[in-house]
Design a protein around this ligand. Structure first.
Ligand code: HPA
Length: 250
């Protein structure tokens, strides 16, 4: 079973038939997800809005362990995470999309592991390649078939390094300069520990990142939430079309 984890701009799934709300009790807390059907077909997936219905939970307060444990309990074997990000790479202008292939975690004070000494014995997962290559390829194919290029001037970045910052504040210009020096192409606040928790439970995980602003200090104009929401609204129609295609492929 496939799960889509929706991020900022995708707390509600419009245009899909939503079959039932499912509440899952995990050792880490209660998680509410929705079972969603695509069109008239028999394809179903699970939708989990990362920030809760109505987008109320900030990045540093998300119960990442409960979310991933709930998906695992429901039999999820693949996750496509949708992440709104600030662009660092010069080609990644707002409105563009990326399927990152690496990440650096700058977040802190989050519950980062199921191997916390209480429930499971210590294990060190291999995280050399943090994203599932097969799922990344399915996302890229789905984007190709939606024909992103013909519809917009924006780009698809078929890779890139995702920086996960703590939030909820945006970065300083100096922090973004450091991220760029570290080789990061985009910056968001929710990519970790989601990706590593999925790996711990052996769930294939990849991200579809939507650039919604130039990261701090990279543009003359200040970053405003109004501008971010405008890009998000424009981008989510495309993201929904890609989700429909991904569900056929996974
Ligand atoms: N920084 C961190 N997270 C973000 C940004 C940003 O500029 N834009 C969207 N999510």
């Amino acid at each position: 079973m496939l799960a889509i984890i929706g991020g900022t701009g995708l707390s509600e799934l419009e245009g899909f038939e939503q079959l039932e709300k499912v509440a899952v009790k995990t050792s880490y807390g209660l998680v509410k997800v929705r079972l969603v059907r695509i069109g008239s077909g028999d394809k179903e997936f699970i939708f989990l809005p990362r920030h809760g219905a109505g987008h109320k939970i900030p990045p540093h307060k998300i119960n990442y362990r409960a979310n991933i444990a709930a998906l695992s309990d429901l039999g999820v074997t693949a996750i496509v995470a949708i992440n709104a990000v600030g662009a660092i790479h010069g080609d990644f202008l707002p409105g563009s999309v990326a399927v990152p292939d690496q990440l650096i975690d700058y977040s802190y004070s989050r519950d980062v592991s199921f191997f916390d000494g209480k429930l499971k014995i210590v294990h060190h997962i291999d995280f050399t390649n943090p994203y599932s290559e097969p799922i990344r390829q399915r996302i890229l194919e789905a984007m190709e078939s939606v024909n992103f290029h013909s519809k917009t001037d924006f780009k698809v970045m078929a890779g890139g390094t995702y920086a996960c910052t703590q939030g909820p504040r945006l970065e300083t210009a100096a922090e973004v300069r450091r991220l760029a020096q570290d080789g990061c192409d985009m910056v968001g606040m929710t990519g970790m520990p989601e990706a590593s928790l999925a790996r711990e439970l052996e769930i294939e995980y990849a991200s579809l990142a939507l650039s919604v602003n130039w990261a701090a200090g990279l543009s003359e104009v200040p970053i405003t939430l109004d501008d971010i929401h405008e890009v998000l609204e424009g981008g989510m129609e495309f993201v929904s079309a890609v989700i429909t295609e991904i569900v056929q492929r996974i």
